[in-house]
Design a protein around this ligand. Structure first.
Ligand code: SF4
Ligand code: SF4
Length: 382
């Protein structure tokens, strides 16, 4: 089966609003029949990533506002949401600093798993995770729009719609305060392993932990398991690999797809719309406390009802673009035609897209329906 994907490129070739990327995004949204998947008075989750202190390349509020407006146009009740990454109230502060708040987007901005990151409902999924806690505000919403910023990722190679669902749709903790999302990062009940002989006592892991769960005490790294949410940030920043997260690349990516499957299974078929921004494609996830320069030029925005097709299209687009100078791609000497994200992250992103496909979440074949110059010329604008 071939899935339809609507696409608008990021160029703005004239001095009028109608040529802007924002206007082109509006045109794309106008090609979608929102009444087809949103009934009047439906609460509609607009799931995005709110960023991090230092990670500013997320989807800007003006685009979220356009999505909110479309939902309201058909009588839906939108709310913009994400799940707890850093402590809840701090995360809402981050959102506000990024300019995402009720005033800017025109809808409440809430944490789908509550300010303590514990509100979720267990949902059955595949053989690796068995079950996972879907954030309650997402679980109970009858319709959802998943707005993703496409970028690289240190564990999955690429983060788009499937990652936004599988990682971002899950509560941070379970009802007892144990790590829930962290079950995707760490296999089974295992925990971080600290390798004393390799450790150079640089304290990077201590400084990067958003939950104050790791300390350097008497020359030893000590992890407070009651605070640790198994986010694996600390092991990512350890340059000498003295902190090991117990997971294989395949285990992580398959678990991610299973988790995304669990989130999708809480909706009736056809009631989730996916929007992928292939812009500011930086090498790392927006949950890290930084954002490097983009690896490729801004490509545009994709819209589809198929999470597998839209991620496949975004990945293909990134990997067939020219690597940019002054980026990590240039540092790694990546050439035109190379698999850019694999060269930069060391991970094969296709693994989790294939896993989602195997779970029946969508098609890897797609047809791009691109906004033409004529469409843009005829655009009514604001
Ligand atoms: S980041 Fe790695 S090397 Fe540095 S203190 Fe932590 S464990 Fe040791
Ligand atoms: S995995 Fe590391 S960074 Fe994440 S909460 Fe645990 S100690 Fe902190």
């Amino acid at each position: 089966m071939t899935s339809k994907i609507y696409f608008a490129d990021a160029r703005a070739k004239g001095y009028d609003y109608k040529y802007s990327f924002v206007a082109k995004f509006e045109q794309i949204l106008n090609m979608i029949d929102f009444k087809e998947f949103i009934a009047e008075k439906d609460y509609v989750a607009i799931k995005t990533h709110l960023g991090s202190y230092g990670a500013h390349r997320i989807v800007r509020p003006i685009f979220l506002k356009k999505v909110v407006d479309k939902v309201k146009e058909v009588g839906g009740k939108p709310f913009v949401t994400d799940t707890v990454r850093i402590p809840g109230l701090e995360y809402l502060d981050v959102a506000n600093m990024e300019g995402i708040n009720h005033l800017s987007v025109g809808a409440p901005v809430i944490l789908a798993d509550g300010i303590f990151g514990r509100d979720s409902i267990k949902v059955k999924t595949g053989p690796i995770l068995k079950e996972i806690g879907v954030a309650s505000a997402i679980y109970y919403a009858p319709a959802m729009i998943v707005v993703s910023h496409c970028k690289g990722h240190i564990s999955s190679g690429y983060g788009g719609a499937i990652k936004n669902l599988g990682m971002g749709g899950i509560s941070c903790k379970d009802h007892c305060g144990e790590a829930e999302r962290g079950r995707i990062h760490f296999e089974g009940n295992q925990h971080l392993e600290w390798l004393d002989a390799k450790c150079i006592r640089c304290r990077q892991c201590v400084d990067v932990c958003p939950h104050d769960a790791i300390e350097l005490i008497d020359d030893s790294i000590v992890i407070d398991k009651s605070k640790c949410v198994k986010c694996a940030r600390c092991s990512r920043v350890c340059e000498v690999k003295a902190l090991v997260a117990p997971i294989t690349e395949e285990g992580f990516q398959k678990g991610l797809a299973e988790s995304a499957y669990a989130v999708v299974s809480t909706f009736e078929k056809g009631r989730i719309l996916y929007i992928n921004f292939v812009t500011e494609v930086q090498p790392e996830c927006d949950c890290m406390p930084m954002a490097d320069t983009p690896l490729v030029q801004d490509q545009g925005v994709l819209v589809s009802f198929d999470p597998v097709a839209i991620d496949q299209a975004a990945l293909d687009m990134i990997n067939s673009a020219a690597p940019l100078p002054q980026s990590k791609a240039a540092d790694k000497n990546v050439k035109n035609g190379d698999n850019i994200l694999k060269a930069v992250t060391g991970k094969n992103a296709q693994l989790h897209i294939d896993a989602a496909y195997e779970l029946g979440m969508g098609s890897k074949e797609y047809e791009l329906i691109t906004i033409t110059e004529k469409d843009v010329e005829e655009g009514e604008g604001e």
